[in-house]
Design a protein around this ligand. Structure first.
Ligand code: FAD
Length: 450
């Protein structure tokens, strides 16, 4: 018999590791809740995964099999299962972050045949001739690599009873339904209704339907990327309307962004804790704890930033445009180390994954992969551009609901007296916005010897 070890692939459909295991022999599905991963996972994501495991168990039981879940170090737990059952080989999907690679090596060192396969990525870093530090050349090469088709359904599952220890992470946010059915339903709906306008509308932040909101399913592997890519390419190939093709293609491009950051992490494991870019001098972070607390709670007095941070706390999710803005604001205007912000995202995000979170933070902080030396978002202008009617802001910042959009977007610039006259509980800006723009820029120029 074989073991198939689920890691970040909590699904049965389009699962290359599971397919490989079951093609080679009767397969026992296993998941190990390893403390080295669990302790670094926020409770929202943990709760989402736990529900995902229940759904997965049910899927296996419906197929006359079961799911064995154990808590402990992956190597130790696998050893126990091998001792208990007649196991010949262990199959698992490769991971690319330092801790998960270490665990992968631990599995390979067990006294049994092991086989690791690529399931997580459409294109593995090893499939490319070189390392890329900017997205566009990466994407050009990424597109050229032949992608595998979706994996077959596993036919050869062992008839076993499930084992599931008590796992009870309490989410702090209102998180979506987990599991592959929820993921596939979301994909089908998004594909039917919004993929044709994805490129044109994805930054219209007021309407949550304009983006796929599939990131939590990708991060925990509840949806197969080959399935999504196949559907997307098919739509591109069968479409004559060039406008629609442009929109479909943008979705493929965004999927590749996620793969780009995996490639960066694979080649640069130190980037988890250190600046990706060589910066000649130390960045002289201000790291003011009072300002950091206000940012975390969505109480900075900058409406677009606060709306983003409150969405994060309430939903365990934040729109990409907002992620860029709150990250830029924390690192540039509040002059606070990107690592602190990345940790807050890790704590709350249901879709947290190390490569995308680290890549997104370092990109926004100007310490990462980007061709622009110092990028500073203006969250006042961005609010006006992407949330013109302040619908997104009002949804997440109830204190501002009674104001018209113009006043909301003018909140910082209108001055103290005018703000007082509006009689809302919403705070004044915690910083002098324009001064801080210059100070933040100077801090980076000093670090870069500019
Ligand atoms: C500071 C910061 C932190 C981030 N942290 C994470 C994280 O922990 N986990 C995560 O999945 N994404 C992260 N992102 C990327 C991006 O914001 C989310 O993937 C996206 O907002 C998820 O929403 P969606 O599924 O509706 O995206 P859609 O717009 O529907 O995009 C489809 C998919 O493409 C991928 N994708 C899209 N944009 C990006 C991007 N810029 N980088 C990497 N992948 C992308 C995601 O898998 C996403 O689900 C971060 C971005 C920033 C700026």
């Amino acid at each position: 018999m074989n073991i198939f070890l689920h890691r970040d692939d909590l699904r049965i459909h389009d699962n290359r590791g599971l397919d490989a295991a079951s093609a080679s022999g009767k397969t026992i599905p296993v998941y190990i809740d390893d403390p080295r991963i669990r302790d670094k996972t926020g409770t929202n994501k943990r709760a989402f995964r736990e529900e995902g495991l229940q759904k997965l168990r049910k899927k296996y039981e419906d197929r006359g099999s079961g799911l064995i879940v154990r808590k402990g170090k992956t190597g130790d737990e696998l050893k126990s299962i091998i001792e208990e059952r007649d196991v010949e080989e262990i199959f698992f999907a490769r991971s690319y972050t330092p801790t998960k690679r270490k665990i992968g090596n631990e599995i390979k060192a067990l006294d049994i045949e092991t086989k690791s396969v690529n399931d997580r990525l459409l294109v593995e870093p090893q499939d490319l001739k070189q390392e890329y530090d900017t997205f566009s050349p990466f994407y050009r090469e990424w597109k050229k690599v032949q992608k595998k088709p979706p994996a077959d359904k596993p036919e050869n599952l062992a008839s076993i009873g499930s084992e599931m220890p008590e796992m009870k992470a309490e989410p702090t946010a209102d998180i979506p339904d987990a599991g592959e059915d929820a993921a596939l339903n979301r994909w089908v709906r998004f594909k039917r209704k919004n993929l044709e306008s994805y490129k044109d509308r994805r930054d219209d932040v007021a309407n949550p339907e304009y983006v796929s909101k599939l990131s939590m399913y990708y991060s925990s592997g509840m949806i197969g990327k080959r399935k999504v890519l196949k559907d997307t390419v098919q739509m591109i190939d069968e479409e004559n309307d060039s406008d629609k093709i442009r929109n479909y293609a943008k979705y493929r491009n965004e999927i590749a962004w996620g793969e780009f950051f995996y490639q960066v992490m694979y080649h640069n494991p130190n980037a988890v804790h250190h600046n990706y870019k060589e910066i000649p001098n130390e960045i002289n972070w201000k790291n003011d704890s009072r300002e950091f607390e206000a940012w975390k709670k969505g109480q900075t007095g900058i409406p677009f930033v606060d709306a983003g941070m409150r969405q994060l706390r309430n939903e365990g999710y934040m729109h990409n445009r907002l992620r860029q803005n709150v990250a830029s604001f924390l690192t540039k205007h509040l002059m606070t180390d990107w690592r602190k912000g990345a940790k807050v995202f890790r704590k709350h995000l249901v879709d947290h994954n190390v490569p995308s979170n680290n890549g997104g933070w370092q990109w926004s902080a100007s310490t990462g992969t980007d061709s622009i030396p110092i990028r500073i978002f203006n969250p006042i202008k961005q609010g006006r551009d992407y949330d013109e009617d302040a619908e997104y802001i009002k949804r997440h910042v109830p204190e501002l609901r009674s104001l018209d959009p113009e006043k909301i977007h003018n909140w910082v610039e209108m001055g103290q007296k005018k703000r007082n006259s509006l009689d809302t509980d919403y705070p004044d800006p915690i910083i002098n916005f324009n001064n801080r723009y210059h100070q933040g820029k100077q801090m980076f120029e000093n670090a870069l010897n500019k």
